[in-house]
Design a protein around this ligand. Structure first.
Ligand SMILES: *Cc1c(COP(=O)(O)O)cnc(C)c1O
Length: 383
């Protein structure tokens, strides 16, 4: 039976609590950065902290801002190189170029779709300053191998954790491992605000610096100037940008944070149902206790004899939304010829066969079954 309505790839979960929280901020008169944002920063730090020491956080208007400000605060700039996986969204590599440094693209591992740490090591030169691992779809990178690389070569690790809110590596949540970790609260992400982001670090000075350069280089935040205890005086200490988060988004985030574990559990249930029901000709990233996956996305690799783009259209005709995460950066016009003269055999091999299935907490069991039946039927018509 053909379903009547379109099943999207992703949809944020909003209930009366989100609407109430936003309405409260609107009524309070405090719309921009303020106490709600500070509360979100504290609550998010508490959520990811596993007891390994204090975690400091800077809430921002996006994960992209978080990655960019982290690199700037660490002094990355012209003449430097930063290693990033080719299998990611534009943000991960663009931020490197914005600083004046050069992004050096790296291949991925076929089982994880995450950066191939072995190839990353071969790409290190005397100019390499940092590496930006991306936890694709919510599956954690091999953080031990990355820590070894960072120690052996003196590299900063700035994690792109846009997909990895609640993800754990060997029992420890992402956000505890590196120099800086940037999260995204974009509308489709596991914790959604519409737009928003945050940097977590164990280094309070780094977080202070990120806040300062994320707010015009001014040494105090707006709300400290405008509330009763504040004074009008401020000093612009350095050139900064405008990347602060506002209270409307923070209020939404605080409610989403309360629901995050149950939303992530539902994502894991849906993933388990997909794995149980999908044809054996389809492969996907294996989950484990050591690699606690939070399934921001559910990418599958389809058999080589199936035409991926035809399959996407056939699924669309049956009211199923899908997408491709990601078209590797080295294939995009802007990055052609900008990366080191290396090959990306794994990314090139996987890309024509990759497809992301609908994945969001409000999907019903019937929705999941509908996707499984249609994929199995369509894939079964080939080979
Ligand atoms: C969504 C995303 C980002 C950017 O997040 P924003 O909050 O939209 O800036 C960065 N990297 C990856 C891998 C993403 O999927």
């Amino acid at each position: 039976m053909m379903r009547a309505d379109f099943l999207p790839l992703a949809r944020p979960s909003a209930g009366p609590e989100e609407i109430e929280a936003v309405a409260e901020v609107l009524k309070s008169g405090w719309w921009t950065t303020g106490p709600k944002v500070a509360e979100f920063e504290r609550e998010f730090a508490a959520y990811i902290n596993y007891g390994g020491g204090m975690i400091y956080t800077a809430a921002l208007n996006s994960c992209t801002s978080g990655l960019y400000l982290s690199l700037l605060a660490l002094g990355v700039g012209a003449g430097d190189e930063v290693i990033v996986p080719t299998w990611t969204f534009a943000a991960t590599a663009h931020v490197v170029e914005w600083t004046g440094a050069r992004p050096v693209l790296c291949d991925i591992g076929e089982d994880s779709l995450n950066i191939d740490v072995g190839q990353a090591e071969r790409l290190i030169t005397k100019n390499t300053k940092a590496i930006i691992p991306v936890h694709i779809a919510g599956y954690p990178c091999n953080m031990e191998a990355i820590a070894r690389l960072s120690e052996a070569h003196g590299l900063f690790v700035v994690e792109d954790a846009a997909h990895a809110i609640g993800t754990r590596y060997k029992g420890v949540k992402i956000g505890n491992f590196s120099t800086a970790t940037a999260f995204s609260f974009y509308a489709t992400k596991n914790l959604a605000m519409g737009e928003g982001g945050l940097v977590a670090s164990k280094n309070p000075d780094l977080i202070e610096k990120i806040k300062k350069i994320g707010y015009f280089g001014i040494n105090k935040e707006a709300f400290k100037r405008y509330d009763k205890r504040g004074t009008w005086f401020y000093d612009i200490e350095t050139l900064g940008y405008k990347c602060n988060l506002d209270s409307i988004h923070a209020a939404l985030g605080l409610v989403q944070l309360q629901k995050l574990d149950s939303m992530n559990s539902r994502r894991r249930e849906i993933a388990a149902a997909y794995k149980n029901g999908l044809s054996a000709r389809i492969s996907y990233t294996k989950d484990s206790d050591e690699h606690y996956h939070t399934y921001h996305l559910f990418p599958i690799t389809i058999p080589a004899d199936v035409n991926r783009d035809a399959l996407i259209n056939e699924l669309k005709d049956r009211n199923i939304g899908t997408s491709v995460h990601f078209r590797p950066l080295h294939l995009h016009s802007h990055y052609k010829g900008r990366s080191a003269a290396i090959d990306f055999p794994v990314a090139d091999k996987v890309f024509p066969r990759i497809l992301s299935l609908p994945m969001f907490p409000a999907m019903t069991d019937d929705d999941v079954e509908y996707v499984i039946n249609n994929i199995n039927e369509l894939v079964g018509t080939y080979g």
